[in-house]
Design a protein around this ligand. Structure first.
Ligand code: ADP
Ligand code: MG
Length: 320
């Protein structure tokens, strides 16, 4: 690959890995990943250099659940901590994309290596997000079990709409991708899958060593961090819709093709983007467009991704 290649960080949403309403088995997931990788391989064939960031919500949820069940069955075997579960999810999802994308590329006579990097992302222990955990993770518990976990482990637990008690963790801002130098070294030769699930959240000790913590880093913001560090031409966020809309799901819904950062901020302040779903994507896009005036952040679906890179589809966000 050469300097003429356009560089893109691609963030894959939940629907690129699992189909809603189908069982969350490894086999079912691989089928969805196989389809996803056809689109990714097509983008690679158009001459783009890419790195891939993916979500991990349902997957890490299932790993946490299996840990809890194993722990109950064994009595005195503690569940694996949340950061370790996150690392497992990176391995499992990365493995499937790595295998599937390799095949899709080989079928196109494009023998580019695909590699997953187990990625740690540094967050600030004093990030205000830690004062207000918002992300529910893992299984539902009874009130008694929840009270025990609060006392024994110091978990933050909250009753979730009559369905039981759930653990909440913070969603801090990604400060630094620990393995970024390795990503840079591999970039020109290899498709790297990195910062899966937003990265395993770690904090830096006084002596510079790292320590995993229970938190969820937004994968769209982690992808933006990566795109900034790499200075890519595009940040491409792939999700369940072809375009971002204002008045979403209302009779006067209007799909957006191109907006400036100023317009995006205005719509954001008017409350058009749902927190926890579209809002973090728009925030990531704004951050990228601000950092690199002239470059494009794009939000679209997998199916429109290639056209969106050519400016014919999706929602493009630019500084001016
Ligand atoms: P992902 O798994 O890709 O991160 P999310 O479900 O978290 O996806 O967020 C994307 C979803 O947000 C879209 O598929 C859509 O259903 C929803 N959404 C919320 N607000 C908007 C909006 N203003 N325009 C378009 N989609 C929106
Ligand atoms: Mg999401």
């Amino acid at each position: 690959m050469s300097d003429e290649c356009k560089k893109v960080v691609i963030a894959l949403g939940g629907n690129a890995l699992q189909e809603a309403g189908t069982p969350a088995t490894a086999e079912a997931q691989l089928q969805v990943v196989n389809k996803t990788c056809e689109y990714l391989a097509d983008i690679s064939c158009k001459g783009y250099e890419m790195a891939i960031v993916h979500g991990n919500g349902p997957q890490v949820g299932r790993i946490v659940l299996s840990q809890e069940i194993a722990s109950m069955a064994e009595g005195d075997l503690p569940a694996m901590p949340f950061d370790v579960c996150g690392a497992m999810s990176q391995g499992y999802i990365g493995y499937q994309i790595q295998q599937s994308l390799r095949d899709a590329l080989r079928n196109r006579n494009r023998n580019i290596p695909v590699v997953t990097i187990l990625t740690q992302v540094v967050v600030d222990e004093n990030d205000p997000a830690f004062l207000n955990p918002t992300k529910p993770i893992g299984p539902f518990y009874s009130k008694e079990d929840a009270e025990r976990l609060i006392a024994e482990k110091g978990y933050v637990m909250k009753e979730d709409a009559g369905r039981g008690w759930r653990r909440l963790v913070a969603s801090p801002v990604p400060k630094r991708i620990t393995e970024i130098d390795s990503v840079k070294r591999l970039w020109n030769t290899t498709i790297v899958i990195t910062a899966g699930g937003g990265g395993v959240p770690v904090v830096e000790n006084m002596d510079g060593s790292l320590r995993g913590i229970a938190a969820v880093i937004d994968k769209d913001l982690a992808a933006e961090r990566l795109a900034e560090d790499m200075g890519t031409d595009y940040l491409l966020i792939l999700t369940g819709v072809n375009k971002v809309a204002i008045n979403y799901k209302k009779p006067d819904q209007q799909e957006l093709s191109h907006i400036t950062v100023a317009q995006a901020i205005k719509y954001m302040e008017e409350g058009h983007f749902a927190p926890g779903s579209m809002l973090p994507k728009v925030l990531a896009a704004i951050k990228f467009a601000r950092r690199f005036p002239g470059k494009k952040a794009i939000i679209t679906s997998l199916y429109k991704a290639a056209e969106a890179l050519e400016g014919k589809e999706g929602t493009t966000i630019t500084m001016a």
